[in-house]
Design a protein around this ligand. Sequence first.
Ligand SMILES: C[S@@+](CC[C@H](N)C(=O)[O-])C[C@H]1O[C@@H](n2cnc3c(N)ncnc32)[C@H](O)[C@@H]1O
Length: 238
Amino acid sequence: MKKIGKLYGIGVGPGDPELLTLKAVRILREADVVAIPKSKEESDSIALSIVKGAVDLSSKETLELMFPMTKDKEVLRKAREEAALSITERLKAGKDVACITLGDPMFYSTFSYLIPLVRERLPKVGIEIVPGISSVMASAALTVTPLTEADERIAVIPATYESEKLKDILRDFDTVVLMKVNRVFDKILGLLEELGLKENAVFIERCGGKNQRVVNSLDSLKGEKLDYLSMVIVKRGS
Ligand SMILES: C[S@@+](CC[C@H](N)C(=O)[O-])C[C@H]1O[C@@H](n2cnc3c(N)ncnc32)[C@H](O)[C@@H]1O
């Protein structure tokens, strides 16, 4: 019987190729196919540009997996099915496929949706995950913000939650990391102001990338079109 390939989920870190792990680099060098999840809106994959900073991909097959930026469940289901099918075809042909993910693959990542879909088609497939440095850890490092100390509690949540839930969380936790903040930034600014937390927050954009940005005065960002790769860290006690 023909040997099937192995599927790797590779975390490539937040943006700086130097933050790729040695293991990620080795596996990316050895894999037959590098799969790159991409949104239709993205012209170039940031995850791919990180990898290219450390690994020569010129002799490899690169497989773009297109995912629309939508909440439409049917459109998402179809895109995930198609991506899983493309990966499965290569695995069946005996090729090892390394699917790259910004940050960590087990943390708010499209890759995690593909795992059950590939397993459905190939129940015996070997899957290995290589953790990556998540944007949360990299942003805390960039801003020298200890996320938690002693018995403090942290919440990491999408900033797109409804306001009342966000307020409860901002009141409850010592540290709150608001992901996907770009489209709802002005609402978040209003909530932080209402809770007296505006001065305790820091905004981080494209952490680890060449054009990374840290903004402490959140008011200065009001009305600005912000990058999808941005977050706000709020520390209640500081
Ligand atoms: C779908 S999640 C991906 C998280 C990723 N798997 C990780 O471990 O960092 C996308 C969100 O992560 C955050 N993010 C990812 N990369 C970032 C970066 N380089 N700088 C700032 N925020 C980032 C942003 O809040 C963005 O909206």
